[in-house]
Ligand binder design. Sequence first.
Ligand SMILES: C[S@@+](CC[C@H](N)C(=O)[O-])C[C@H]1O[C@@H](n2cnc3c(N)ncnc32)[C@H](O)[C@@H]1O
Length: 383
Amino acid sequence: MDDHIDRMTTPWGDCALARFPEDPRDRLRAWDASDEYLLRQLAEQDTPLSGTVVIVGDRWGALTTALAQHRPVQITDSFLTQEATRANLARNGIAADSVRLLTTQDPPPERVDVLLVRVPKSLALLEDQLLRLAPAVHADTVVVGTGMVKEIHTSTLKLFERILGPTRTSLAEKKARLIHCTPRSSARATNPWPHSYALPDGIGVVSGRTVVNHAGVFCAERLDIGTRFFLQHLPESRGPRRVVDLGCGNGVVGTAVSLADPEAEVLFVDESFQAVASAEATYKANGVPGQAEFRVGDGLVGVSADSVDLVLNNPPFHSHQATTDATAWRMFTGARRALRPGGELWVVGNRHLAYHVKLKRLFGNSQLVASDAKFVVLKAVKR
Ligand SMILES: C[S@@+](CC[C@H](N)C(=O)[O-])C[C@H]1O[C@@H](n2cnc3c(N)ncnc32)[C@H](O)[C@@H]1O
């Protein structure tokens, strides 16, 4: 057993839990008061955890691990959540096949008897998930949501109410709150996701093109201003080469490269299943002539060293998954390894994030390609 790992106390015993990837400098816990509140409530109310138990939005697998004896189905948008869950199950001596790990893109179970929802940051993702699950929910399904007080808004409760049925919240405990919902027998509504929009003019080859966005994807309603700046300053096309759109979101950046440079082979990577599905849909919607691969994964893990000519990256700047800085650092480190000598990493970021400091430390160089009042595009070359 790892003794540096924190332990969550549950009504049924302790669980050793860690985030993924494990970072000895990042001692943030893999659960919070909202997970504990939900588990306590289930035990105190003697909630029957029988039939199909579905857990949506578990961050690091704390709920799934604590409830593994009930053989739950976990549904997540995050590859890192899945990896954390696998590692946490193993850490507690629980067989991997005790739980079913589904992604937000998989068909949901046909019948749900207990629905536990760790409220996600994205209201759109919650809407999409509840709508996808609604046909499987019946009048006797136990539905309990949980989250920190600051994450649960009137709009969150209205979603439960509109999609599933009458909803109320509990008193707050340790800044966490529960959501209790009594499903109507015929809960149903049309799902507005995925959402497509037309790109604006002035962004090169992708001007006026369509982007497809599954719920919860970064900037699913309109183009991010940082991405827009990046699209205006992408490297010139240079014929056959291997390019990675790292943290691809809806895939607009990699699609721009493919359109400008049909001989390029583009790998789209994101840790979000919704993002990779969006990137693939965006690519297909634009009839792009080139070659592409779509991969859900943690940054450039699994991409061979010295195999890539160009990495394009708009790093995540707030994430529930890890501290922002750590993710950018890992993405840049992965890029340095994956790039062949002479290969380039191009990064867009808010000026105040000072990515040039990291790039200089890692690559020994960082060049300013473009800047405006808010953003910079930087380039680092692997020597
Ligand atoms: C700022 S968004 C950029 C999205 C897109 N490239 C754009 O510019 O619109 C950052 C993306 O990084 C993804 N991401 C976060 N952590 C990741 C990781 N460890 N590995 C791969 N992608 C990650 C997020 O899911 C998100 O889609």
